[in-house]
Design a protein around this ligand. Structure first.
Ligand SMILES: Cc1cc2nc3c(=O)[nH]c(=O)nc-3n(C[C@H](O)[C@H](O)[C@H](O)COP(=O)(O)O)c2cc1C
Length: 377
């Protein structure tokens, strides 16, 4: 493939560039993958009104998320193991986001550590927290995020137990990949990926190794991780985290109006309507279907963002038209990262913005912040 014009082209290039195990990790949803498919399908079922003879010569895709004016209402979602899509992946993605002017969210389960990403970027990024049983470790992570000048904390609430992703089990997903004939053949066919990976020291879970007692090698780490996600997490725990993080707070994984009410009681700045990209509760609704119910509770009280299934700038416009005040992209930017590193993430952001801008124009809209349902059929 020579010319990349869409996120789906970027996906194809990533498929050819990234070892199968890590490409599948990105692609996977849980169990039947119904919810993963619904996120995408329900978005594309929303149709636009084609309008003509309206002056659309001056258009703006700018919007604010958390008081920051952005070139478009998009943030890079937290994604574990981005540093396995390409060497130093989190640093490349954070740099692309910084240059484009959109927020980057670093996952707890990143390969590059908070400190490393901080030292290789200049703008503050957001940090995403998983609540694990080892509370001393979690509280320390919050302090590390403060020291790294992170400008918001995003707590992910929808991973108290992990949804099974069949492909990861079948591929024997591990970091770094285990030595097996299948993996060796795969790696031999991905020489660029291997070459870059050999040049970096970042090949472990950087936020965890060296910070948790008893974690010396990757196999014990994998065991630790699977045992650490906390199934007993409650709103009382979230309150305590709120107390420890006085800055901007985002809660991610809200799909239900009762949970939205509980989140408002804690005092949040933004909520992300998210089903983890169809990777957790398979069989739940798409995020776009859940948005109206959550908005009934949150409108005027906190910012309400959505992620899941965004593959085009048109999808961003659909979500904003239906009342979202911001969006997060996961797989879309990971495809760019796997295919072309920092340049690939920049390309994806440019493609999305162009599609968003052109579609707005063809709907007769000139200012994204005043777009509403009237642009939809
Ligand atoms: C490979 C991958 C890893 C992810 N890791 C995390 C994570 O570490 N923390 C988290 O809160 N969400 C994680 N997510 C979920 C994303 O933040 C986001 O909700 C999801 O990707 C949105 O759906 P989309 O990929 O269709 O855009 C991950 C998603 C993917 C695809």
């Amino acid at each position: 493939m020579t010319v990349i014009t869409s996120v789906s082209d970027m996906r194809e290039k990533a498929r050819q560039t990234v070892p199968r195990m890590f490409f599948d990790y990105v692609e996977s949803g849980s169990w039947t993958e119904d919810t993963l498919r619904a996120n995408i399908a329900d978005l594309s079922n929303i149709k636009f009104r084609q309008r003509v003879a309206i002056d659309i010569s001056k258009r703006s895709t700018q919007m604010k998320m958390l008081d920051q004016v952005l070139p478009m209402p998009v943030a890079l979602a937290p994604t574990g193991l981005a540093g396995m899509q390409t060497a130093d992946g989190e640093i490349h993605a954070a740099r692309a986001a910084e240059k484009f002017g959109v927020p980057f969210t670093l996952s707890t389960m990143s390969v590059c550590s908070i400190e490393e990403v901080r030292s290789r970027t200049s703008s503050p990024f957001w940090f995403q927290l998983y609540v694990m049983k080892d509370r001393a470790f979690i509280y320390d992570l919050i302090e590390r995020a403060k020291r790294a000048n992170c400008s918001a904390l995003m707590i992910t609430l929808d991973l108290q137990v992990m949804g099974q992703r069949h492909r990861d089990v079948k591929n024997g997903l591990s970091v770094p990949p285990k030595i097996s004939l299948k993996n060796i053949i795969d790696l031999v066919n991905r020489p660029k990926w291997c070459f870059k990976m050999l040049k970096t020291k970042n090949r472990k879970f950087g936020n965890i190794v060296g910070h948790v007692k008893g974690i010396k090698d990757m196999s014990s780490l994998a065991e630790w991780t699977s045992k650490q996600f906390d199934p007993s997490l409650s709103w009382e725990d979230v309150k305590e985290l709120r107390r420890r993080w006085p800055g901007k707070l985002i809660l991610k994984g809200i799909m239900d109006k009762d949970d939205a009410k509980a989140a408002l009681d804690i005092g949040v700045d933004a909520l992300v309507v998210s089903n983890h990209g169809g990777r957790q509760l398979d069989g739940t609704s798409s995020t776009i279907s859940a948005l109206p119910g959550v908005l009934d509770v949150t409108k005027g009280k906190c910012e309400t963002w959505v992620d899941g299934g965004i593959r085009t700038g048109q999808d961003i416009l659909r979500l904003i038209a239906l009342g979202a005040q911001g969006t997060l992209i996961g797989r879309a930017f990971l495809y760019g990262l796997g295919a072309e590193g920092e340049v690939g993430v920049t390309n994806v952001l440019q493609i999305l913005q162009k599609e968003l801008d052109m579609t707005m124009g063809l709907c007769g809209a000139t200012n994204l912040s005043s777009v509403d349902e009237s642009i939809l059929l």
